[in-house]
Design a protein around this ligand. Structure first.
Ligand code: HEC
Ligand code: HEC
Ligand code: HEC
Ligand code: HEC
Length: 264
């Protein structure tokens, strides 16, 4: 009751474990009631920078994301983030490049033989695949890539939404795979090559490139222990055709066909 409202954002003023410790040195509320260098409005990854367009800049206290417009998920980090392997992990395995079995490629459609759009033929990969504690929705219509097809009124699958706020902006990057998910791949290696991969994948009824029944399902379901947060790598992941003991790094920039294929 001293006549002024105190706002203290400096990370040096709190003890270990407090979320505020993640703020940048010198974090403050500006005269217009916007904030700079605050972790909660950062992308969770890159260095924070003061100024209206800087990472860690909060909009003025009296506005809302609804007023600011656009995809609310992009107000702090990308949808999808541009960091590490995020962009490479969108939509589905080889979803835009799958042979249709006769001539040409399969299209993304919701009926018949489909590269993406029928959950029973190919698993859709998006935020909920790897961050299931935070987000459970499988639609992400505001996402830069998804919205090239998922526009209204007939193609909407829903927006990304936070399922449990206790995991979001809590200072930790939770990786938790969608429970019991055995990834389905519409991409199918030809029969003679498939024997090299059949330890990892089951070919549905032996069907190859002959319509709606032709797809492969991972033998092992994703489990949280496949992600090693200390090493920053995944092991035993069918999507990478990894056998037991093999790993792949999230920040690897040298992934090539041979990283996942020994034989085609
Ligand atoms: C106010 C800023 C802000 C907004 C808005 C925001 N995020 Fe985040 N998000 C963060 C930060 C910071 C992290 C870093 C990890 C942490 O501290 O939880 C994060 C992490 C995540 C993660 C990684 C998993 C986790 O929780 O660590 C997902 C997934 C995610 N956000 C999804 C979304 C979605 C979906 C939306 C839109 C509905 C959204 N975010 C809007 C700030 C934001
Ligand atoms: C090349 C166009 C295209 C792109 C890109 C695309 N989709 Fe789709 N998707 C479709 C079509 C077509 C369907 C069939 C249903 C419909 O029209 O909405 C579909 C269906 C779906 C479904 C319902 C079936 C299922 O697998 O559960 C989900 C969920 C979905 N998409 C999510 C996404 C997400 C998330 C992204 C971005 C990461 C994305 N889609 C990108 C075309 C696309
Ligand atoms: C293939 C798995 C995968 C998918 C799909 C995925 N993420 Fe991530 N995400 C990760 C991993 C791994 C990290 C790094 C965790 C770490 O560094 O400890 C991460 C980190 C993050 C972070 C923290 C900041 C950063 O960039 O490291 C945010 C924010 C985030 N993800 C948001 C999203 C959103 C939003 C989506 C959907 C558009 C998404 N992620 C889809 C695996 C994924
Ligand atoms: C991240 C891992 C990964 C990378 C990188 C990758 N693939 Fe694949 N690819 C897969 C998986 C998983 C399958 C499905 C295997 C199965 O079930 O038969 C597949 C399937 C295929 C198929 C069958 C496609 C179809 O039309 O049905 C071909 C051909 C192929 N990959 C070629 C390539 C080539 C060429 C490259 C490099 C440009 C490449 N892959 C990069 C994981 C990968």
């Amino acid at each position: 009751m001293d006549g002024s409202v105190e706002v203290q954002l400096d990370p040096a003023t709190v003890g270990a474990g407090a979320l505020r410790q993640k703020n940048g040195v010198g974090a403050l509320m500006n005269g217009d009631k916007s904030c700079d260098l605050v972790y909660c409005h950062s992308d969770g990854k890159n260095a924070m920078v003061a100024g209206p367009t800087g990472n860690g800049h909060a909009p003025v206290w009296t506005t809302t994301f609804a007023v600011l417009g656009g995809d609310r998920c992009t107000k702090c980090h990308g949808n999808s983030p541009q960091t590490a392997a995020h962009n490479a992990h969108q939509v589905g395995i080889h979803y835009d490049n799958i042979y249709n079995g006769t001539s040409g490629k399969l299209a993304a459609v919701n009926t018949g033989s489909s590269s993406h759009g029928v959950a029973g033929q190919s698993t859709t990969i998006t935020c909920n695949t790897c961050h299931y504690k935070t987000i459970t929705a499988s639609g992400n219509d505001q996402n830069t890539l998804c919205k090239t097809c998922h526009t209204g009124p007939t193609h909407l699958q829903g927006n990304a939404a936070i399922a449990d706020f206790s995991f979001h902006v809590n200072g930790r990057k939770e990786i938790s795979f969608k429970p019991s998910l055995k990834v389905i791949s519409k991409a199918q290696l030809r029969q003679t090559s498939f024997s090299n991969y059949s330890g990892l994948w089951v070919r549905n009824g032996g069907n190859y490139k002959n319509g709606v029944n032709a797809f492969d399902t991972a033998k092992t379901a994703l489990t949280d222990t496949m992600w090693n947060s200390t090493a920053g790598n995944c092991s035993n992941i069918s999507c990478h055709n990894l056998r037991v003991g093999e790993t792949v790094n999230w920040t690897d920039t040298t992934i090539s066909c041979q990283s996942c294929h020994s034989k085609l």
